[in-house]
Design a protein around this ligand. Sequence first.
Ligand SMILES: [Zn+2]
Length: 543
Amino acid sequence: MLRGAPLFLLIIIHSLVPLTGAQSSKPNPARAWWKHIEYLASDELTGRETGSEGHRKAAQYIAAAFKRAGLKPAGTEGYFQPVKFISRKIVEEQSSLAIIRTPKGGSIGKEESIVLGEEATFSMGIEHAPRTEAPIVFVGYGLTVPENNYDDLAGLDLRGKVVLLLSGGPSEIPGPLRAHYQNTRWEALKRAGVIGVITIQNPIGQDIPWERSKLARLRAALSLAEPGLEENAGQQLAVTFNPAKAEKLFTDSGHSFAEIMKFAEAGKPLPRFRVPAVVRASVKFEKQIVESQNVAGILEGTESKLANEYVVLSAHLDHVGKGEPINGDSIYNGAMDNASGVATLIEAARVFGEKKQRFRRSVVFLAVTAEEHGLKGSRFYATHPTVPAANIAANINIDMFLPLFPFRSFIVQGLEESNLAEDLQRVAKSIGVEVLSDPEPERRAFVRSDQYSFIRQGVPAISLKVGFAKDSPEHDIVKRWRKERYHAPSDDLQQPIDFEAAAKFNAAYLKVVEAVANRGERPRWNSSSFFKRFARVNPRNGR
Ligand SMILES: [Zn+2]
């Protein structure tokens, strides 16, 4: 899953007792699935970083599995669809960040440098200007949401300014809208004349502690090389600020970060004001072109009328590679994130192949690259599909479905948005599990994995996980997993997995695929769904 933002507490507790299949006396009911993970998340593949040798090996493994299963190649080069990226990597020792106080009527103060890593990091997904010096304006959440008549930018002169904002949004804006406009925030900021953004990570609903997330700052960030797909064109500065150090940004502004967080905790809109300071940044980075692969295969449909419609099953194959060691381990294996989802995809292809099972619609099996760099591989596929774009009828995504406790329910991201919910409900009923909405909408999960790339092209989509109720003991297990293992080297083969849950989830997944690929009518967005707007792109999904 795509990384959210950090917590400011450093809590790394290694108290989970490993209990793997090897130690259990019962045979592993998800053995075939686990075998794929054992390879994909092995140290040999060094964390499957996009563009790396480990990623290439993983892609080849998946292509070979698709071939064995009898899928037809559906890439542009056999099973592969190569994707080009611009890679940018900070040269931190030649970069700097500082603020200079500019009190009213007073003289310009002296430069106060910001400690990179401890206090802030440069986000390398944009083309930073070598130097930026500009006044700072605090714009609350920095959101413009026309549907709700909500505009954090209204009445502010932002031309040539760097805005300071808190990630997140007020509770008056419904979850999906809040999520979407956070993702596309730059559009409105750019229109307002903003040149750069300092984002304070909102400690509410964040997965990774700052102490851990800061370690990722020295890694290369990737953008799609195709200029039309560059989302933040024109932005010349992107800084992420540690919330535990953010108070200093509000000195002499008449406001404090503590006060801002009180509003945020109450779900309220935030005050907006000029900060009496200028930001001065100097950014040096290394840049190169990187190529990586999506992997795609097709199981052709059987019914003449429906076979030219496609259900895309997606799972990202990349992870974050090697990085700063934690407890002496520098390989971020990504066993759950997302070797587990790829293994589910491969196993589905194998089982359908062995049973010679086919469906009325065609099914595309798609393992995508560069999810961890901002859903880039799926964005490329969704905008350059290897089947006719207008004929993609649905997307079912699997990312880190976390079989850590018994499978008694599905969490379905996107449940409220389209009538794919009907298929889910039917399958769940038939196997005696419940269907739950996302219990943590504040995590924005519906727009944080690859289904979002399809949603933006008008395709009704869902993402599936092993379910848990809010504030249940299972929820605690998930929260602890995120804190300790999510995007850490310990998301590896030595972690407690509920193999029974994995096996049941995988079986349920087959039924969901079958239901969607065989349903009579093409899936539709609900008329109440915010995401229906994207059906403009692909009108056949919006009726
Ligand atoms: Zn991830």
